[in-house]
Design a protein around this ligand. Structure first.
Ligand code: SF4
Length: 277
């Protein structure tokens, strides 16, 4: 099942395509290498998808606001109760703050998030006819909605290509030397020059999938990484294949995903509901 769909990690990664020490890689070589990495990720995670559960642009917008400073899993475990009580912007605009705070408490920063959610629902009701707008310029006028949130919503609920720079994406693209920028907006602008627009949304999902499963912040599993031959940071983590394989955290190892309701082609198991495990 899961294993047959997952590309096997390279047993003995050879770092031959990455820049040689002391010899700077040309822009052209970096772009070619970046596109190869994207192809390997596409083969490795053909089922990459946004890891927030949603059934409408409004649900995705709310879930993305809630995802600040917490895991997608925790958000997915919290939103079923939230959307049961407040299914539309009109309902959420009328929420009693203390009641909403109790529901979203598990996601952290629940007072500020409640304020944003009620504020953005009021704005949707009063300024956008109760609909989530499909334009970046409109989305970023909503309380609590920055460029990153707007791009997530545009890319996944409206099919508008967008690059989403979260903590995983920023870490990995710097490890791959696609950019040296730290500021998410600058990272987004530089990565946009490397890939065609049509790749932007899926590239974002694939990179985040790889960051969650293999290229962890603290101990990347270099010895079991399918992009190791293309990675200038190979060796930053565990290179022993056996030890590295133990660090993998994904479908392949039987771990559940982040979503309670994953897409139908997802080969792993759904995440447990809140309190179920
Ligand atoms: S796990 Fe290691 S080899 Fe793979 S992308 Fe991350 S740093 Fe590079």
């Amino acid at each position: 099942m899961a294993e047959s769909k997952v590309r096997k990690p390279a047993a003995e990664p050879v770092v031959k395509a990455a820049a040689k020490p002391g010899k700077p890689e040309s822009r052209l070589a970096m772009v070619r290498r970046a596109r190869k990495i994207n192809r390997v990720l596409a083969e490795t995670y053909p089922y990459a998808h946004p890891e927030l559960d949603f059934e409408s642009p409004f649900e995705l917008l709310v879930a993305t606001v809630l995802s600040a400073q917490t895991t997608d899993l925790r958000v997915n475990q919290t939103t079923p109760a939230l959307f049961a009580k407040y299914p539309t912007p009109e309902d959420m605009a009328m929420a009693v703050p203390e009641e909403m705070e109790e529901i979203i408490r598990p996601t952290g920063f629940f007072r500020a998030k409640t304020k944003s959610l009620i504020g953005l629902s009021v704005a949707l009701r009063d300024r956008f006819g109760g609909e989530v707008p499909g334009r970046l310029a409109d989305l970023v006028t909503l309380p609590g909605v920055g460029r990153k949130t707007a791009n997530v919503v545009l890319g996944n609920a409206f099919g508008v290509p967008g690059i989403t720079v979260d903590t995983h994406f920023g870490r990995l693209v710097r490890r791959w030397k696609w950019t040296e920028q730290e500021d998410p907006e600058k990272v987004e602008a530089e990565i946009a020059t490397i890939f065609p627009k049509s790749e932007w949304t899926m590239l974002s999902h694939r990179v985040v999938f790889h960051g969650r499963r293999v290229c962890h912040a603290r101990r990347p599993a270099c010895g079991a990484c399918p992009v190791a031959p293309l990675c200038p940071s190979y060796g930053e983590g565990e290179t022993d294949p056996e030890k590295a394989r133990k660090l993998l955290k994904y479908e392949m190892g039987g771990q559940p995903g982040q979503r309670l309701k994953p897409p139908s082609d997802y080969p792993g198991s759904p995440a447990p509901a809140l309190g179920a495990g």
